[in-house]
Design a protein around this ligand. Structure first.
Ligand SMILES: [Zn+2]
Length: 267
């Protein structure tokens, strides 16, 4: 998974119909949530931006949770007997999503995006509160060493760390994946990388995606429904910005992809 020339992220990206028509995804080896995160282990999701935790492994988290927090209230830890332990680490607060916007200035995004993430996690059935590291959105690569050190202090030996793939094509996603790889190795935790932007720029069978490391977690109906609802929590990312004329940050292709009854990760 070495970094080659970074692929370009532009336009709407590869349509979900194109991915779903490709037999390669149906043929991937299956792994279930409990095998990936055994009882007693903790799933730690490290998200470069608020929404990556849901886009990458929202369905898996819904299957690991105890499903008992349907509403938008509640703040107890989900360390109970039923659900797995889940922790979410927010690397940035995602304040660079609307550059030049008067509708979504940085201060508003700094309040809104973490709030959206908490709502999304509750919709997944989790009452976990993300640990916010407050690194600059768009500037994670310059702080990769700092991030790795912060992560080492937060990780435990049996954790399973889920983060964005080191070849994902977005600088923050790649730097977060790299910092997680260093930190997981140092802490004795397991690393699982998940493509997010990769689905946008890659095409079925694309040789730039490490398919031989890929596994697929099939999601039950409840997890699919919860993930779909969780994506809708990211209201700031789903609307056209009247002040700049920019379309929604989350493209329709991304929203369609988040309705898949499975998630693909690289082991
Ligand atoms: Zn992101």
């Amino acid at each position: 998974m070495e970094a080659l020339a970074r692929p370009r992220i532009r336009g709407e990206g590869t349509a979900e119909a194109e991915w779903s028509a490709w037999p390669g995804l149906a043929q991937l080896p299956r792994i279930d949530a409990r095998t990936l995160v055994p009882r007693g282990a903790r799933a730690v999701v490290v998200a470069p931006h608020p929404d990556d935790e849901v886009l990458s492994v929202g369905g898996l988290l819904a299957q690991l949770g105890d499903g008992g927090h349907e509403g938008d209230e509640g703040d107890e830890d989900n360390d109970g007997d039923h659900g797995a332990r889940v922790a979410v680490i927010a690397v940035t607060d995602g304040t660079a999503s609307h550059v030049g916007s008067t509708e979504w200035p940085v201060e508003r995004l700094a309040r809104q995006r973490p709030r959206e993430s908490r709502l999304a996690l509750r919709r997944l059935g989790l009452s976990v509160k993300p640990v916010r590291l407050g690194l600059p959105d768009g500037g994670v690569a310059a702080q990769r060493g700092t991030l790795a050190a912060r992560l080492v202090s937060l990780l435990r030996p049996r954790d399973v760390v889920f983060t964005t793939w080191r070849g994902d094509g977005h600088p923050d996603h790649e730097a977060t994946g790299q910092a997680c790889a260093l930190a997981a190795a140092s802490a004795g935790a397991r690393l699982v990388e998940v493509p997010v932007w990769g689905w946008h720029w890659a095409r079925p069978g694309d040789a730039r995606m490490p398919w031989r490391h890929a596994v697929r977690v099939d999601l039950d109906e409840d997890a699919v429904r919860r993930k779909r609802a969780a994506v809708q929590a990211f209201a700031s990312q789903l609307r056209r910005d009247a002040s700049t004329g920019a379309g929604p940050v989350l493209r329709s292709t991304t929203v369609a992809r988040a309705q898949r009854p499975y998630e693909v990760m690289f082991l």
